[in-house]
Design a protein around this ligand. Structure first.
Ligand SMILES: Cc1ncc(COP(=O)(O)O)c(C=O)c1O
Length: 567
């Protein structure tokens, strides 16, 4: 009898273990950071109270001595004066529209850590308006010529003039048809042929943005595998659709998304053991900063940013993913919306030597116009079931295959095969490696606490010594005539038409900006100043602010007022 009880007990324990085991594997494959714990991150984000520094604290958030704070203030006011003179018209126009353009309000607010944001917005307005572009430069409404390091979110790969020509020439080719939708312009056929060659895949579908291309790729994977879950890697961006943005930024939980550790064997174990995974989404730009979100300056509370690219290690990781996906019938999706044509003419598949089942493209491929594309294996691209006519995988979009987009894309793809463009790809990595090494050498020789890391023409600044003020660097760079996107020094995107002379000029300006930043005292090193101490200090401030707001019961914002209803 006793033996029977033992056997029954052992069986129950075994069953419990069997159902607990996958959960345990899953939790081991989560990155320990908040980026790896989407729900917790969202909950915490709602608790973080707003507080900000006054003009005294602004200059001594790291407890720098009073004379240094005064030097910083003087440098800041001088910079503010320069901005006020140089960007007057742009700043005025921006102020005029800011209260009616929600995107502008958002990007202006999140350029720097929120404690500093109001004062920065008050004094350092460069404006959001540009009037023209030429070569590797853009001109703002005040007539300033700036080197473009924003890359238009990655669209600008071959220089703005190239895209202007694609748009103009493309428009000429489709003018007779005009904006007729539903039917195709004949140029589409050639685009499809070239995209099949580039991707090495059978079929193509056209969408209006990268986000939509990713949505469709995931939807197809779910449809064909009959499994619900998508796997994305910690920190990876795949557009702003809910399922690929499970953490902060999305008001709803993404219930069919697993966020796993990038480049980690624990994640392979999850893929190898679970039966509910439809697809794995990979964004190859993450190879620069696996498991960390895109390095925006609003997150620069200390010098913890540490980007580094290791091509061989990432290629090996993709190879492992490929193997486990094939073994388990999981669809491997490369999201090449950003890196697409930037690393090699045939994209990340060619660059890393690994084939995907579905690939998404966008940005540059539209020849300067909005686009998203999915390329895939024939069996996966099919949107209906031959045997069950009512079982379809729906995807449309009013503007899909818009003739003008097809025209500009056709120009882009045609020119991609031309000799001058092919020449840009030759030695591509060597060129950008040499340029990064040269700049780093100069920064090091000048003993400046900043270095660049890069994935080909995608760059980021790393900061070498603890500081609360690294985000100020973007404003010194702008003063030197360098135009960055709203995420600041986290991501610089060069177009491939930068000549060595253009680059030398950019490098001079980067060094000059860093020297000015140091001269004005922002990179002061106190003996007690470590990244850990900075983080601890900010945490203390947050707790204090939270305590204050919760004890006085803040009712000032509609968000706070509504919070009861949102629970
Ligand atoms: C890898 C990746 N996927 C998807 C997207 C979304 O593309 P879009 O902004 O065109 O919707 C982006 C945009 O930055 C991206 O970088």
């Amino acid at each position: 009898m006793m033996l029977l009880w033992y056997i029954a007990g052992a069986l129950i324990a075994l069953l419990a273990l069997r159902s607990l085991w996958p959960r345990l594997l899953l939790s081991r494959a989560k990155h320990p950071s908040l980026a790896g714990h989407a729900r917790l991150a969202r909950r915490l984000a709602r608790l973080i109270p707003h507080y900000e520094y006054d003009e005294t604290r602004f200059f001594s958030a790291d407890d720098a001595p009073a004379e240094l704070a005064a030097a910083r203030r003087a440098g800041f006011m001088q910079l503010a004066q320069l901005y006020a003179q140089r960007f007057a018209k742009g700043a005025a126009l921006t102020r005029e529209v800011a209260h009616s353009v929600s995107d502008l309000q958002f990007t202006a607010r999140y350029r720097v850590p929120f404690q500093f944001s109001r004062i920065v917005r008050q004094y350092l307005q460069a404006g959001a308006f540009l009037e023209s572009s030429s070569g590797v430069t853009v001109a703002d409404v005040d007539g300033n010529q700036l080197f473009d390091l924003s890359g238009s979110y990655g669209v600008n790969l071959f220089g703005y003039d190239f895209y202007k020509e694609c748009i103009e020439r493309g428009a000429e080719r489709v003018r007779e048809l005009g904006p007729v939708l539903g039917a195709y312009h004949p140029l589409l056929a050639d685009n499809v042929r070239r995209l099949r060659e580039i991707s090495g895949l059978d079929e193509v579908s056209f969408h209006m943005s990268g986000t939509e291309a990713v949505m469709q790729a995931v939807r197809l994977a779910r449809y064909h595998t009959r499994r619900p879950y998508l796997v994305r890697f910690c920190g990876a961006y795949h557009g702003w659709w809910g399922d690929v943005q499970p953490g902060v930024g999305n008001p709803l939980p993404a219930d069919a998304t697993y966020t796993l550790k990038d480049m980690d064997a624990a994640s392979l174990r999850v893929l190898r053991t679970r039966r509910d995974i439809a697809c794995v989404l990979v964004n190859p730009v993450q190879s620069m900063h696996p498991n960390a979100s895109a390095p925006a300056d609003s997150g620069l509370i200390d010098s913890g940013r540490s980007a580094r690219f290791d091509r061989a290690a990432y290629a090996a990781w993709l190879g492992q993913l490929r193997a486990v996906c094939s073994e388990r019938g999981i669809i491997l999706i490369f999201d090449e919306v950003f890196v697409g044509f930037r690393l090699a003419p045939r994209g990340a598949q060619q660059y890393f030597g690994v084939r995907a089942d579905l690939v998404t493209y966008g940005k540059s491929l539209g020849g300067g116009l909005p686009v998203g594309v999915v390329c895939g294996r024939r069996d996966l691209m099919k949107r209906y079931d031959e045997q069950h006519p009512a079982d379809v995988c729906f995807a449309r979009g009013t503007f899909n295959s818009h003739p003008y987009v097809m025209g500009a894309m056709h120009e882009f793809l045609t020119r991609l095969e031309s000799e001058p463009i092919r020449a840009l790809y030759r030695d591509l990595d060597a060129v950008w490696e040499r340029r990064a090494a040269e700049l780093n050498k100069r920064l090091q020789a000048a003993q400046l606490p900043v270095q660049v890391a890069h994935l080909s023409s995608i760059w980021t600044f790393n900061y070498l010594e603890p500081s609360r003020y690294n985000w100020m660097f973007q404003y010194y760079l702008r003063a030197q005539g360098l135009s960055l996107s709203w995420i600041g020094t986290g991501r610089l995107i060069f177009s491939l038409n930068y000549s060595d002379a253009d680059f030398a000029s950019v490098a001079d300006r980067v060094v000059a900006a860093a020297e000015a930043m140091r001269r004005d005292g922002w990179w002061w090193q106190g003996t007690a100043l470590t990244d850990k101490a900075i983080r601890r200090r900010v945490l203390r401030e947050l707790l204090q602010a939270w305590w204050t707001t919760s004890s006085i019961g803040s009712t000032s914002s509609p968000r706070n007022r509504c919070s009861g209803a949102r629970q």
